[in-house]
Design a protein around this ligand. Structure first.
Ligand SMILES: CC(C)(COP(=O)(O)OP(=O)(O)OC[C@H]1O[C@@H](n2cnc3c(N)ncnc32)[C@H](O)[C@@H]1OP(=O)(O)O)[C@@H](O)C(=O)NCCC(=O)NCCS
Length: 157
């Protein structure tokens, strides 16, 4: 069974495997991951499948704003709702920590992530040309607490 729990510094090795697999050209170094997991302003969550981390997501808290720092699910576990669970819990943390807006950046060609964020009601704010090292643009998105999902953002409507 997969549960969502707070990340611990001892998760770092498992996370680095998922990180390297999920972000082949932009993976964080181990020291960066350790730094993220231990900073006061960060909150990292783990999707734990019977004791094995299979996904993670992190927030930078700066109330009233929060930024999604990263999010990844192991390739073997994608498409099973784990990303959705992680985002639900991440947003619960943001609202609980008195944030009212959550921001993120996502590669313009990352259809899976864009669809996931749109499901949660994130709206596109803008595009940052050539933001990533390989020249891909970034899409910036924002979710406001209690913001309804606009009809134009609901797939199939
Ligand atoms: C993005 C990611 C975290 C989604 O995790 P996941 O556990 O597969 O997501 P879920 O199973 O909860 O799917 C949630 C929604 O995402 C969208 N989605 C997931 N996989 C998709 C795919 N391959 N293509 C299009 N949409 C997809 C769907 O809208 C899906 O909702 P639905 O099942 O109701 O159609 C995962 O694909 C991943 O780790 N990718 C590599 C790392 C990455 O890109 N992280 C995001 C950086 S901004």
């Amino acid at each position: 069974m997969t549960v969502i729990r707070a990340a611990r510094p001892t998760d770092v090795d498992s996370l680095m495997v998922i990180e390297a697999d999920s972000f082949p050209t932009t993976a964080w170094r181990r020291e960066q991951m350790v730094d993220e997991l231990t900073r006061d302003t960060r909150r990292y969550l783990i999707a734990d499948d019977d004791g094995r981390p299979v996904g993670y997501a992190g927030l930078f808290l700066s109330p009233p704003d929060a930024d999604v720092q990263t999010m990844a699910v192991a390739g073997s576990h994608r498409g099973q709702g784990i990303g959705t669970l992680l985002m639900q819990e991440l947003l619960a943390v943001a609202w609980d920590e008195d944030c009212t807006r959550v921001f993120l950046e996502v590669r313009a060609d990352n259809e899976a992530a864009l669809a996931l964020y749109t499901h949660f009601g994130f709206l596109r704010l803008g595009r940052r040309p050539r933001y990533y090292p390989d020249g891909m643009d970034a899409i910036t998105m924002r979710l406001r607490r209690h913001e309804p999902v606009p009809l134009t953002e609901v797939p199939g409507v």
